[in-house]
Design a protein around this ligand. Sequence first.
Ligand code: MTE
Ligand code: MO
Length: 256
Amino acid sequence: MNEPTDPRRRRFLTNSLLATSAVLLAGCDRLSRSDTMSRLFDAGEALTQRAQRLLASRESLAREYAPKDIAPTFRANGTTNPQNEAYRRLAANGFRDWRLTIDGLVERPQTFSLDELKAMPSRTQITRHDCVEGWSCIGQWTGVVLGDLLAQVGVRDEARFVVFHCADRYHGTDPYYESLDMLEAYHPQTLLAYDLNGTDLPIANGAPLRLRAERQLGYKMAKYVMRVELVESFAHLGRGRGGYWEDRGYQWWAGI
Ligand SMILES: Nc1nc2c(c(=O)[nH]1)N[C@H]1C(S)=C(S)[C@@H](COP(=O)(O)O)O[C@H]1N2
Ligand SMILES: [Mo]
């Protein structure tokens, strides 16, 4: 993983690593003082290894592909054309009046136009999208690194999750939303993408802005993102499970 440059991001990652090592070291210390507990010590060591492997895998990059691997058309799924009046008006005007809001547990709540997001440093990545329904598709995404945006608004220490509020109601039911923990939010491949395969993100794939969290299953990757909210808990949202599909029985943790 790239060395995080934003101090808040670096502090978060360092703290979570230190907290984990402190717990594990404390455990090892205690065990090593007793000579009758060497078998338990071995177990402790195995636990340390497993924890380190888990942490390492949470920091690892998703595989990136070559341009020749890009699918001719990126499949669309779920909502592909939001019907609500507000969204349709924004789309009819080429999203010139669209604004992304970032609020909740941040120091400086802010809105961004599409042009403002496009003027920020961007990242481009070719990755494979995996949907639980049993299909995959490789596409090239360009967008703002979510961690850069979070640095601009200043995340408060109480924030534990980033919630993505979307413009659509899935099949006219409840508003679509999703959430990530801070480690996933600060991952270098986690983007708010406005470009697919070198052109503006099509409406079918989430125009004007959608989440890419490349180590997660497809349903985490909120399309039609209107608002990013930093929260301590998602108990008050939807049915309290952290996402539209989570509220209907899917796992909140959708790592792949
Ligand atoms: N707002 C919103 N985001 C969404 C969905 C949706 O219906 N609405 N469907 C999810 C699912 S299940 C998948 S697989 C991907 C599909 O993204 P795609 O249409 O670009 O293939 O978007 C996810 N994000
Ligand atoms: Mo999906």
